[in-house]
Ligand binder design. Structure first.
Ligand SMILES: *Cc1c(COP(=O)(O)O)cnc(C)c1O
Length: 392
């Protein structure tokens, strides 16, 4: 058996050192329970950053992936294949959106809806209306364009020149109005800012924003990369806010652990892209699409409705511990942020939790928990016991 130390040494020798990793190497798992290469057990409150929506090695998911891998792994978008078509149908039917585009990642999904907004505007109004307004503390990805879209100064360094055409506003309608000009074609927001610290937007602001976008014919774009696919207690978060975006990106949890991202468009935008405008070699890949179909079947309305209960249970349990290092909890569904008290470091607390056997995340200046949506009560309780012991 390989040891953690051997893996760490090889990683540092052969892998670009762009990540700050925890000193843990995971080998396998089942549900929300994972095992290190040394056999140590971990409870998963991270889901590989919101990706393992139905946990690890779900039997139905496995069967879908293995079955499709043995049948047709790839064919390209020069041909039709059943899995991506079924997936698009499911996503549209359950979200009220009109059509889907498939790519490989969240950043690629966001690039797609930014291109969509610019083409929509170009065709209707011509040149000079290419600016997209995003929010301060947002996170939209790591490509040059999505870094430019991201409203955090720490991401705007080294890689100049960034893509032009982004301005950042505070999450208030006055700030958006002040930031806007006659060069705007769209507003792009996360309804719950994930990396920024699990910050849900005010529903009144979101309604005003949707209305402002409609009045000015700006596309209302929602980044559902982290909030989508059941994470907040509805298939997409916009459904709980009671707004319909013109386009919404998704990724992370969609395929339950395989790389897939993309976006949905409403009726108004379904014909903006025509053949040749946008493409992705792996987009709609049959294995990833089969995985995503299984994820959506597992995450039916009933199991998504339990996401809210689980989230409330977790938040109430954490708050009732009254730990000096932790403050209030916030978020929606199983997208949970926990404030860290002054004098404590969220990174240190997160490292403690990981070492104690609870895989956890940070966001902004707090802790963040994104357990698999299918996590059992027993696994939640095991995780809470570890949390209490590690942080007391
Ligand atoms: C993770 C994330 C992204 C980037 O997704 P990648 O798949 O890493 O490109 C974009 N937006 C939000 C809100 C995210 O949480």
């Amino acid at each position: 058996m390989v040891t953690f130390e051997e893996l760490k040494k090889l990683d540092s020798q052969y892998v670009v050192q762009s990540y700050g990793r925890s000193p843990i190497a995971i080998d396998h798992g089942q549900g929300a329970t994972l095992y290190g290469v040394d056999g140590k057990e971990y409870i998963d409150f991270a889901s590989g950053i919101g990706v393992l929506s139905v946990g690890t090695a779900d039997p139905e998911w496995q069967a879908a992936v293995a079955g499709q891998a043995g049948k047709l792994a790839h064919i390209s978008n020069l041909y039709y294949s059943e899995p991506y078509i079924r997936l698009a149908e499911k996503l549209c039917t359950r979200s009220g959106m009109a059509a889907a585009f498939f790519g490989n990642s969240g950043a690629e999904g966001n690039e797609g809806i930014i291109k969509l907004a610019r083409k929509y505007s170009w065709e209707k109004y011509g040149e000079g209306r290419g600016t997209v307004i995003t929010l301060n503390r947002s996170f939209h990805g790591r490509t040059i364009t999505t870094l430019a879209a991201t409203g955090q100064d720490v991401f705007h360094k080294y890689f100049f020149p960034f893509t032009e055409g982004f301005r950042w506003a505070d999450p208030s309608i006055d700030s958006v109005r002040q930031t806007a000009g006659d060069d705007v074609c769209a507003v792009l927001v996360e309804l719950v800012q994930g990396e920024g610290g699990v910050l849900p937007l005010d529903p009144g602001f979101v309604h005003d924003l949707a209305k402002l976008c409609a009045d000015r014919d700006w596309l209302f774009l929602v980044d559902e990369v982290q909030t989508g696919i059941g994470r907040t207690g509805s298939l997409f978060c916009f459904q709980q806010y009671g707004v319909q975006p013109d386009a919404a990106s998704f990724a992370k949890g969609i395929a339950g652990g395989l790389p897939m991202g993309g976006f949905l468009v409403n009726e108004k935008c379904r014909h903006v892209f025509t053949p040749g405008d946008h493409a992705s070699t792996f987009g709609g890949n049959p294995v990833a699409a089969a995985a995503a179909n299984a994820v959506l079947d597992i995450l039916d309305d009933e199991s998504i409705s339990r996401v809210k209960e689980k989230g409330e249970y977790l938040r109430a349990a954490i708050e009732s511990m009254d730990l000096p290092c932790l403050g209030k909890t916030r978020g929606m569904g199983l997208m949970i942020g926990v404030e860290v008290s002054e004098g404590f470091s969220n990174k240190e607390l997160c490292a403690k939790l990981n070492q104690a056997g609870l895989l956890s995340l940070t966001a902004g200046s707090g802790l963040r928990f994104l357990p698999p949506l299918t996590i059992t009560k027993e696994e939640l309780d095991k995780g809470l016991v570890i949390l209490k012991a590690a942080l007391s």
